[in-house]
Design a protein around this ligand. Structure first.
Ligand code: NOJ
Length: 562
């Protein structure tokens, strides 16, 4: 009899995946830039932290105009980060420790230094080489106006003119020309790339700009209101890459043809053993359109960016959780949760910074970790790092260079491992790494926080361990309630999660406190996780003698009284 495989048991359904921004995680050779051997050497740290998988940002040959998201060769390793043998070592080392590895795939655009683009420029207008990209004649009598009104995500027109007078489309930087996915060579190239990395043993792919790929066929203008500017969702503007005020006409994104690509890729992934997976980075406009990417014959997961844009509010968090779970239920997919990544302001800073920002960040993290589905963590959040105010002369983000807006460098500063001055154990070199680290970061280093039970690092370690024993086993149903505006209560099986987003302490419901994001006030030892301490009864009622209170900006997990 064939073995019955429970489709709900795949590893990625409840995994905690840790995003490694390769330039900034660990530097093995002392040149001030993180690399693959640096990651390999730190794998035991990730195992001990308690994550299940790491997602590594692009490490392929690249001129690094967008720090690797401009790929010149999809099946190599940039010498800055190592070589193919170093990638193999990393994969073997991770698997030995029981960690899975997800690599980044960038199919929407290549680097302008990719062999295909060089050939397209050399071959000239009308050539088959140009047909793999989106070259067009300009508008106006001289053809000196862009072919349509689309704007680049990094600011300015999405078109650049080449010497012979044609224009090419780049939804990001001019060094990132968009591929034409209607050309058969493009699909074939990426199938080969998938197989190349699957054969080497990767466990999954994170698909960059997964909703891009196909543009509306006639490349028509974006329809915008009279007082509105055309846009494709800019970095760090009021309308960010992940936040849309209202539904917009977006002929550059989320076209129906893209789903055929993922059906093809799913077949490739399913051909390999070991539950290989793919997670989409798709900034779709609605939960329903996000769900389309994770239908059972397409990708396995899609990043859910809604929490990134939610304010610190019980009602906003409740909405994120409810909308996400109901959209995923439509297609029987597993949810994902994200509070920080390499494109957004770190969540302690988003919640106001300082002690309060950190307290809120820890509380939001604890709520997220209790939910069904996968949690994607971003390196350094386990250290409670805030966004760094990078001096303009050190900023490198192409969106900053094109717009003058602060950009994303502040969440990409190399993380502190030990010591009290740069490079804080980031690598064997001395002095500052590729983006300078702030002074006074020593107390936030891994070494300084290890063993200090109040530290954010030890809090993450405890929460991740507890998640494995009490959250991932608590089923898929979540009851969401907001009590008196500020108290969010999530019930998942025997686990109750309470988050106080208000400004006064609130009574905890009955049950044993399993973990809290900060010490609870009536705990005589100040031990945030003292097990076995009971709450009272009705959540949120004002405290009476013997009541266990949940301070503002704090979350707790409770086991239901049996
Ligand atoms: C999304 C990536 O996360 C971001 O860092 C990059 O700039 C764009 N895609 C373009 O590839």
């Amino acid at each position: 009899m064939a073995d019955f495989i429970d489709p709900k048991s795949e590893w990625w359904r409840q995994a905690v995946c840790y995003e490694v921004y390769v330039r900034s995680f660990a530097d093995g050779d002392g040149d001030g830039v993180g690399d693959l051997p640096g990651i390999t050497a730190r794998l035991p740290y990730l195992r001990d932290l308690g994550v299940d998988a790491l997602w590594i940002t692009p490490f392929y040959p690249s001129p690094q105009h967008d720090h690797g998201y401009d790929v010149a060769d999809y099946t190599g390793v940039d010498p800055l980060f190592g070589d193919l043998a170093a990638a193999d070592d990393l994969l073997a080392g991770a698997h030995e420790l029981g960690l899975r590895v997800i690599v980044d795939l960038v199919p929407n655009h290549t680097s302008s230094e990719h062999a295909w683009f060089a050939a397209a420029l050399a071959a000239g207008p009308g050539s088959p080489e140009r047909a793999r990209y989106l070259f067009r004649q300009g508008r106006g009598p001289e053809g000196d106006l862009p072919p349509n009104n689309w704007q680049s995500v990094f600011g300015g027109p999405a078109w650049t003119r080449v010497e012979d007078g044609e224009w090419y489309l780049h939804l990001f930087d001019p060094t990132q020309p968009d591929l034409d996915w209607r050309h058969p060579d493009v699909g074939d190239l990426f199938e080969d790339v998938l197989r190349f990395w699957l054969d080497r043993g990767v466990d999954g792919f994170r698909i960059d700009v997964a909703h891009g790929l196909y543009k509306v066929e006639d490349l028509r203008d974006q329809v915008v209101g009279q007082d509105e500017q055309a846009g494709s969702g800019a970095v760090n503007s009021t309308q960010t890459m992940v936040e849309r005020d209202a539904l917009r006409d977006e002929p550059m994104w989320d076209q129906p043809e893209v789903h055929e690509v993922y059906r093809r890729w799913r077949k490739v992934l399913d051909f390999y053993d070991g539950d290989r997976m793919a997670v989409a980075e798709a900034w779709t406009q609605t939960s329903d359109s996000m769900a389309r990417f994770v239908r059972s014959d397409e990708l396995h997961q899609s990043f859910n960016f809604h929490w990134l844009t939610a304010p610190w509010s019980a009602a906003a968090f409740a909405e994120v959780v409810e909308q996400t779970l109901s959209a995923m239920a439509l297609v029987d997919a597993s949810a994902t949760w994200v509070l920080s990544n390499h494109d957004v302001e770190r969540h302690p800073s988003r919640y106001g910074g300082g002690e309060r920002g950190l307290a809120r960040a820890r509380a939001a993290t604890l709520a997220m970790l209790a939910l069904p589905g996968s949690a994607y963590l971003y390196q350094g959040e386990e250290l409670g790092l805030e966004q760094v105010d990078v001096a303009p002369e050190h900023r490198q983000d192409p969106s900053y260079l094109r717009t003058g807006e602060p950009g994303r460098d502040g969440c990409r500063v190399p993380i502190p491992w030990s010591g009290d001055h740069a490079p804080y154990g980031f690598g064997p070199g001395s002095g500052q790494p590729w983006i300078p680290q702030p002074e006074g970061w020593g107390p936030q280093s891994v070494a300084a926080q290890t063993g200090n039970q109040d530290s954010t690092l030890e809090f993450y370690r405890r929460a991740l361990a507890l998640r494995r024993s009490v959250a991932t086993t608590a089923g898929d149903e979540v009851a969401v309630e907001v009590v008196d505006t500020d108290l969010l209560v999530l019930r998942r099986g025997d686990l109750t999660v309470v988050v106080n987003t208000g400004s006064t302490p609130r009574a905890l419901p009955a049950g044993e406190v399993l973990i809290a994001s900060a010490p609870l006030p009536d705990d005589p030892d100040g031990d945030p996780d003292a097990p076995g301490t009971p709450g009272t009864g009705t959540p949120g009622t004002a405290g009476t003698a013997g009541t266990r209170l949940l301070p503002p900006d704090t979350a707790a997990w409770l086991a239901d009284p049996s």
